[in-house]
Design a protein around this ligand. Structure first.
Ligand code: 89V
Length: 341
């Protein structure tokens, strides 16, 4: 299989983990890095033995577009659209971090731009690739708890996420874009599409611009009611970050994904317990283990699509449906109304 060459746009906090994720796979090789602060790109280039570093994205593309297969955009959300456009104009396939962009309109434009340019476009949506969430889906698909009728998906924490990612404190729309894009995508992955939603938000931490609590109630097309709750203001007995905890009730039982990747399946016959621990690669930051580990499986899935051997789950078109939920939630929070999708 041909090794694909790629350039990275953005060498901040997340890029080290994204590149470490690529290193676990055979099929992709970074050749050039862009960052607006050159010194940070140079630092990362040394670690990953990459020879070409730029602080001008056009210069990188002028020099390397001919040899590149794709670009991996790991910048802050406000420049995702810009770099997607630049790469698509050169005929390069695009992988972009979540959330796709800071608005529904520009997300739609990104999908359209790539479609018109005939390039592949993926969103790097890794939460659905977490080992315990894959296991949860497997259990539900096995039919052990029968037809699910109710679910609660929870990402609630007091983790100081702004220490490593200070730009998150500056976002006017924070938790629904940053974590909602993950959590609502997990809901779609596990339960299918939503028919309608209602959302309430709150701003608890006075030091940040956006909302840090969101509660989204959805009616899914299959009939299940799903409550997705997210918060960075939750001082709880056990800190859960960055775990997504889930309870699903079905006609013949329930499944609970709790702390430490433990899944408990209860039916009238009793309760069985399984563990779905993430692979602890040596580069994983233990504070983010399940999230960092899922980067590898997400990259593997996108790479298989790029190489034509598999099908990507989180294409731009698919992820646009998640982004629609994010902005439907904001609309509901603003208007106090149910939003029909
Ligand atoms: O994956 C992410 O979006 C990260 C974190 C888990 C820290 O929120 O920003």
């Amino acid at each position: 299989m041909k090794k694909l060459k790629f350039a990275v746009f953005g060498t901040g906090f997340w890029s080290f983990y994204q590149l470490s994720g690529w290193k676990e796979l055979e099929g992709a090789e970074p050749v050039a890095f862009y960052n607006r602060t050159r010194a940070r790109a140079e630092e990362l280039a040394k670690k990953f033995k990459v020879d070409h570093v730029y602080d001008n994205p056009d210069e990188l593309l002028d020099r390397h577009a001919a040899e590149l297969d794709f670009v991996d955009i790991i910048t802050d959300v406000d420049t995702h659209a810009l770099f997607t456009e630049k790469a698509a104009a050169r005929g390069l396939d695009v992988i972009c971090q979540k959330p796709m962009s800071p608005s529904l309109a520009s997300s739609r434009t990104m999908v359209e731009t790539c479609r018109k340019a005939g390039v592949k476009f993926y969103i790097h949506e890794n939460f659905r690739w977490q080992a315990p969430l894959r296991k949860l889906k497997e259990i539900l698909d096995s039919g052990q708890i029968g037809k699910p009728f109710r679910a609660r998906v929870s990402f609630s924490s007091a983790f100081p996420v702004f220490d490593n990612q200070p730009f998150l404190a500056e976002l006017e729309e924070f938790i629904l874009t940053d974590i909602g894009s993950h959590v609502l995508d997990v809901c779609r992955f596990v339960f299918g599409e939503a028919q309608l939603l209602f959302c309430r938000t709150a701003s608890v931490n006075p030091k940040i611009k956006g909302e840090d609590v969101a509660n989204v109630l959805m009616q899914m097309q299959g009939g299940l009611t799903c409550y997705a709750e997210m918060s960075y203001a939750s001082i709880l007995e056990r800190e859960a970050f960055p775990q997504t905890l889930v309870t699903v009730e079905g006609e013949s039982g329930s499944v609970v994904l709790g702390h430490d990747f433990v899944l408990k399946v209860t039916t009238r016959q009793g309760t069985t317990v399984t563990e779905a621990k993430p692979v602890m690669y040596p580069w994983v930051d233990p504070a983010y283990s399940v999230v960092h580990s899922s980067i590898v499986d997400c990259n593997r899935n996108l790479l298989s699509d790029l190489q034509g051997t598999g099908k990507a789950e989180t294409t731009g078109e698919d992820n646009f449906k998640t982004i629609q939920l994010v902005y439907a939630a904001y609309e509901s929070a603003r208007t106090g109304q149910v939003v029909y999708l």
